[in-house]
Design a binder for this molecule. Structure first.
Ligand code: AMP
Ligand code: MG
Length: 402
């Protein structure tokens, strides 16, 4: 077990123990937000045939050198046309956007640049070969345009359809157990007894799991009892691909997640040199990866964002560039000073906004790691290296939460 690792090292250790992903085939209409399991090659050329980018006239460029040239209309090519007239010298064919280019024509005149009269058309503007969309100029049949591990964004879904795929093979959603641990925790909506608080982390963490493309399985709250926790972990390791707990990982007497992991599990690391969120523990339980996240709501959210999310991405055969992610790295000009943390990467909640050419950052609420409102009132996290404060007007790295 390594104790007190950097975030990079924590990621390195965690990604040595990933989930084994399998695939399932789903209809394209239900595949948005999923991760591709296989590369996707186009089944067709895109465009499939030379066609017009404009509503107008398919002409011979040479016939339109002079403004006002009069051409004889030979017919119409509309989208979906199977029979298209041929354009000879001195002739024009009416053409709609996306319609096949008539043989003999080599340029398009926009309808706005023409007037028609008695079966002829007067050309009052330029005839442009550039208004022709050439067969295969976007993609050729067989070209791989989407790769295994790619997130199926709305644009990717559209591209998969363009390439002719009605079904796609995607990564089966990993099932992740989410377990809240603590005597004081009460489900929201129920009456609170003295000293009790509403349990919030399993709701937040489950939403994060979903956002990352996983399938969360929220367990009932576990009291601070080693026996109950053991039963829950055993059940979770049977029914799920990985386990996330919250609470019970610090130095306290009741920090039973840490205790059970040390006594009965396989711990790979404990504590990360970051603030908030220093106490996470990681290892395996019955062979399944387990993340013991801190109980403080901000801490568990932040640790999920910077550790569990990239781990899930990697587990699903993806990465932060092409797969699901919870944050993007940006540079931010701070309009107020920020205090760093001794020996720890410091992730303060900041609010960023675009001002002209720069992203400007400020803080709004109390920063305590128990204050989940600070994660809602802000939209980013500072990335202050260990032992580094930030002065007003300094530019720092930050994670813009998505
Ligand atoms: P712990 O890590 O168990 O020492 O908890 C640290 C702090 O987080 C304490 O104030 C707990 O009451 C709080 N906490 C622990 N688990 C949760 C939870 N699931 N939802 C909300 N707060 C929690
Ligand atoms: Mg506790």
């Amino acid at each position: 077990m390594e104790v007190g690792v950097s975030l990079d090292r924590a990621l390195e250790i965690a990604t040595q123990l990933t989930i084994e992903t399998t695939s399932e085939v789903v209809p394209l209409g239900g595949a948005a937000g999923r991760i591709l399991f296989n590369d996707l090659a186009s089944k067709v050329d895109d465009p499939r045939f030379d066609n017009s980018a404009m509503d107008g006239w398919a002409v011979r460029e040479a016939d339109c050198q002079e403004t006002g040239a009069i051409l004889r209309i030979v017919g119409t090519s509309q989208a979906g046309s199977e029979e298209v007239p041929t354009v000879g010298e001195g002739e024009a064919c009416s053409i709609m956007t996306g319609a096949p280019l008539p043989e003999g024509s080599d340029a398009i005149v926009m309808v706005e640049d023409s007037t028609t009269k008695n079966g002829s058309v007067a050309i009052n503007g330029p005839a442009r070969p550039g208004y022709i969309r050439r067969r295969g100029e976007n993609l050729l049949e067989g070209n791989v345009a989407l790769n295994s591990g790619d997130l199926l964004t709305p644009a990717a879904i559209s591209l998969a359809a363009t390439m002719g795929h009605g079904d796609v093979s995607v990564v089966r959603k990993p099932r992740i157990a989410v377990i809240g641990v603590g005597d004081e925790l009460t489900p929201p909506g129920e009456p609170l007894s003295e000293g009790a608080i509403y349990e919030s982390n399993t709701f937040g963490i489950s939403s994060l799991v979903e956002k990352m493309g996983g399938f969360p399985q929220r367990f009932d709250i576990i009291r601070d009892s080693i026996d109950n926790l053991r039963d829950a972990l055993n059940e979770a390791s049977e029914s799920c691909d990985a386990i996330i707990t919250s609470g019970g990982v610090s130095m306290g007497k009741w920090d039973i997640v840490r205790r059970i992991m040390e006594e009965e599990g396989d711990v790979r690391f404990w504590r990360i040199m970051m603030r908030p969120g220093a106490p996470p523990i990681f290892g395996s339980w019955n062979g399944k990866p387990i993340f013991g996240l801190p109980g403080n709501p901000v801490s568990s959210h932040v640790v999920f964002t910077v550790l569990v999310a990239p781990w899930m991405s990697k587990s699903m055969g993806s990465d932060e560039a092409s797969g699901p992610r919870l944050a993007n790295r940006v540079r931010v000009l701070m309009e107020e000073p920020l205090k760093g943390a001794p020996g720890k990467l410091c992730m303060r909640r900041i609010s960023i906004r675009q001002e002209g050419d720069v992203m400007v950052g400020s803080t709004r609420t109390h920063q305590g790691s128990g204050n989940i409102h600070s994660m809602v009132a802000h939209n980013a996290l500072s990335l202050l290296p260990p032992d580094t404060d930030c002065d007003k007007g300094e530019t720092i790295d930050a994670l813009w939460l998505c």
